[in-house]
Design a protein around this ligand. Structure first.
Ligand SMILES: [Zn+2]
Length: 52
């Protein structure tokens, strides 16, 4: 059984708190020297800003 822990995750969905794998990242960008990204949540299939 594959758990999400075996995959690199970029953070969790702010809506449903599902871990978001890095393969779901759409765009990465820098915000005031901090790296941030937009990713598609595998659960709600929305584009969200993952929280760590
Ligand atoms: Zn979600």
């Amino acid at each position: 059984m594959e758990l999400s822990l075996t995959h690199p995750v970029t953070g969790s969905c702010p809506e449903c708190h599902t871990p978001i794998p890095t393969s779901r990242v759409l765009i990465e960008y820098e915000n005031d020297g901090m790296s941030a990204c937009y990713a598609e949540c595998p659960n709600c299939t929305d584009v969200v800003t993952p929280e760590s």
